[in-house]
Write a protein that binds this ligand. Structure first.
Ligand code: SF4
Length: 212
C-alpha cells in the first residue's frame, strides 16, 4: 500500500536510459592541447560560454578520471605514441573529439612530421572543423556526443565485452593445449633418445668385456 506522496516519487525506466543519462551529463574532458585550438577550448570554460551547463566543467589532467579525450592542436609523430598511451589509459567507455583542422586532418602542415589526422592513431567519435573552431563549434560537438552516448546500450556493450573475453580465453586455452602437447612430444622424444643411447652404451661395454 503506497501513500499519495510515495506514488509521486516513483518512476520506471530502463537501465540503459538511466546509465546513459548519467554518462551524457557528466562527460569529463581530458584536454590534450598542443596549439592554438586549446585556447578556444579554454574560452569554452569561461563564464561567457559556461561548460558547466552540460556537466563537463571538470577538466581532468589524468586519463584515469576522464572519459572524453579532447585533442586540440597539431599532433606530430613524436607525440603520437604519448597520445595513444593516454587513450589506452582511459577507462571504458571513452570518447574522442578531434578539435580543429590540425587534429582532424593535419591542417596546413603537409610535412613529414605531422600526423595527418589523429584517426590514424586512435578512433575518433567527433571531428570539429575550422581553424580555429569557435567555442560554439565545441559545444555543438559536445551536444552531438551527448546524443551518441544517449543511443548506446550498456547491456549490449557488456554482452559484447563478455563475448570478447570468452573468445580471448578460448584462444589462450587452445594455445596452452598446443604448447602442452609440444612439450609432451619433445619430452618423450628426449627420454627415448636418452634410453636408447644408454642401452647402446651398456651393450657396447658388455661386448667389450666379452672380447677381453
Ligand atoms: S587548426 Fe588552426 S587554430 Fe587549431 S591548432 Fe591548427 S593552426 Fe591552430
Amino acid at each position: 500500500m503506497t501513500t499519495k506522496n510515495q506514488e509521486a516519487n516513483i518512476f520506471t525506466s530502463s537501465l540503459d536510459f538511466l546509465v546513459n543519462w548519467g554518462r551524457k551529463n557528466s562527460l569529463w574532458p581530458f584536454p590534450y592541447g598542443t596549439a592554438c585550438c586549446a585556447i578556444e577550448f579554454m574560452s569554452s570554460e569561461t563564464a561567457r560560454y559556461d561548460l558547466s551547463r552540460i556537466g563537463s566543467e571538470y577538466v581532468r589532467f589524468t586519463p584515469r578520471q576522464s572519459d572524453v579525450l579532447l585533442v586540440a592542436g597539431t599532433i606530430t609523430y613524436k607525440q603520437a605514441p604519448i597520445l595513444k598511451r593516454i587513450y589506452e589509459q582511459m577507462a571504458e567507455p571513452r570518447w574522442v573529439i578531434a578539435m580543429g583542422a590540425c587534429a582532424s586532418s593535419g591542417g596546413f602542415y603537409d610535412c613529414y612530421c605531422t600526423v595527418p589526422g589523429i584517426d590514424h592513431i586512435i578512433p575518433v567519435d567527433i571531428f570539429i572543423g575550422g581553424c580555429p573552431p569557435r567555442p560554439e563549434s565545441f559545444f555543438d560537438a559536445m551536444f552531438e556526443l551527448q546524443n551518441k552516448v544517449a543511443d548506446e546500450s550498456y547491456m549490449k556493450q557488456r554482452a559484447e565485452r563478455l563475448r570478447e573475453q570468452v573468445e580471448a580465453l578460448q584462444e589462450k586455452s587452445k594455445a596452452c593445449v598446443a604448447s602442452a602437447q609440444d612439450y609432451a612430444k619433445n619430452t618423450s622424444e628426449n627420454l627415448s633418445n636418452t634410453v636408447r643411447s644408454k642401452v647402446s652404451k651398456a651393450l657396447n661395454t658388455i661386448s667389450l668385456k666379452k672380447g677381453s
